[in-house]
Design a protein around this ligand. Structure first.
Ligand code: FMN
Length: 435
């Protein structure tokens, strides 16, 4: 139930994120389906939604009582069915999670569920509905045979889609419940799609476009920032200065699900000022500045040789935060590059020897693979160290300005920038910039 509820919440929040659908109503029935709904309610709260629950016939069993206690202790609002019926759902909620009845439901819904289901029918003009496993009132095989039932916008099938999913005509069909043991898969010949990465859900169909697929028109791709309520005030900044502030932001980004929080865009320019930008990985930061490793003979290496000015930027989407740094670059001392080089896996050490980064491969990829095979043979004896090539090492960006950017509603973002006169100065001036 925990994993099922988590996958329902993940799928729902993917299609109806807090930025566009902050107010969620969960209607929970007395059985398993209702339990999944209560777990999903809790997770949606943690994802930042404002969640209300209507659970008119609570099941008096320890598991369910525990779920209610958890939801109440998080401050989730519980509504009676009468309170729910007091005004149309679309005036109070942006999306409804239908967890009333699951696949074992038969017959006609009884009070108070009949009235709740009526509020979810198309005639009542409800907000988009996310059905958990089966739209409430549907038959597990025939679906909505009479054609008078719910028309959910999204269906989250659990463990495997039930037969009635064939009749689902809404925008988003997801599968959740990534816990089916192989024996069960084989026994029932389930053909389940692959989940990607650590995802708890996978999109399996639906008529609508998913944010993952991208909207039809790129100009319509727009998140509204600031729903999480974060702001950035001068008084919040670390007393110890911008690197301490960066440290706090970086650690928060690393703890909130950003896959590679240390990925940063690095802009360099030739002596004549022609710019070039690419991503690299931050490999260290301290009071001196920001360090990454690369090939000194690469395009960026050559540009930095002739023009030491550079800029980096981080974007941490879940926090709606950006950090921008501008400054001057120098090579890190050899010992520092050695220390990092020998901390890398041996294959990566050999990789640094293989690639003449940014040079054209005139004989195609084969040239690279032949060189890799040759070098691997050269260094087959794992007791012999791989020498760090002199053209591979670290760069240090000493900042002259560091800007902390926090997304806020209506594009009225917060921007606080630290500036100093020279890389040796300890005197940082703080200024707020217009967004
Ligand atoms: C997420 C990400 C991280 C990367 N990290 C590095 C890195 O740390 N060092 C590096 O030399 N290239 C890294 N690359 C590859 C660079 O983006 C780039 O292709 C390469 O350094 C050659 O750039 P240049 O021709 O401008 O010198 C990374 C690419 C991505 C997408």
């Amino acid at each position: 139930m925990e994993l099922a509820g988590l996958s329902v919440a993940s799928a729902a929040a993917t299609e109806y994120p807090v930025s566009t659908h902050p107010r969620v109503l969960v209607v929970a029935g007395p059985g398993n389906n209702g339990g999944d709904g209560l777990v999903a309610a809790r997770h949606l709260h943690h994802f930042g939604h404002t969640v209300s629950i209507c659970y008119p016939k609570p099941t008096d069993r320890p598991l369910y009582n525990g779920l209610v206690t958890q939801c109440r202790s998080l401050g989730l609002q519980f509504l009676t069915s009468e309170e729910l019926q007091a005004s149309p759902l679309n005036t109070r909620f942006d999306v409804v999670l239908d967890a009333l009845f699951g696949f074992s439901f038969k017959g006609e819904p009884r009070p108070p569920f009949d009235a709740i289901i009526d509020m979810l029918k198309p005639g009542a003009n409800p907000p988009p509905i996310v059905a958990v496993d089966i739209p409430s009132g549907w038959d597990v095989e025939a679906g909505d045979a009479a054609g008078t039932g719910l028309r959910p916008d999204m269906l989250v099938s659990l463990t495997a889609p039930k037969l009635c999913a064939k009749h689902f005509a809404g925008s988003h069909h997801y599968l959740g419940g990534r816990f089916v043991p192989p024996q069960i898969k084989e026994k029932y010949r389930l053909q389940l799609p692959a989940y990607s990465g650590v995802s708890q859900c996978v999109r399996v169909g639906g008529s609508g476009r998913s944010p993952a697929a991208g909207p039809a028109n790129v100009a319509d791709m727009r998140l509204s920032y600031g729903a999480g309520g974060r702001s950035l005030d001068e008084a919040d900044l670390a007393e110890a200065g911008p690197m301490a502030e960066f440290d706090a932001w970086f650690k928060l980004a690393a703890s909130c699900g950003v896959q590679e929080p240390n990925a940063m865009s690095l802009a360099t320019a030739s002596a004549s000022g022609a710019p070039s930008v690419r991503y690299v990985l931050l490999k260290g930061y301290d009071e001196r500045g920001f360090v990454w490793y690369t090939n000194y003979d690469s395009s960026k290496g050559k540009q930095l040789e002739e023009n030491a000015a550079a800029s980096i930027a981080f974007w941490w989407e879940p926090l709606q935060r950006q950090v921008r740094v501008e400054g001057v670059v120098e090579k890190v001392p050899d010992e520092e590059s050695d220390a990092y080089f020998y901390s890398r896996p041996r294959g990566h050490q050999i990789g640094a020897l293989v690639s003449m980064q940014s040079m054209p491969l005139r004989h195609g990829r084969q040239e690279l693979e032949d060189r890799a095979a040759w070098l691997e043979a050269q260094y087959a004896d794992e007791t012999a160290p791989v020498p760090r090539p002199p053209h591979w090492g670290g760069f240090l960006l000493r900042p002259l300005s560091i800007e902390f950017w926090q997304g806020r509603p209506s594009r009225l973002h917060d921007r606080l920038r630290y500036v100093r006169q020279s890389a040796g100065s300890q005197e940082w001036r703080l200024e707020r910039l217009a967004p």
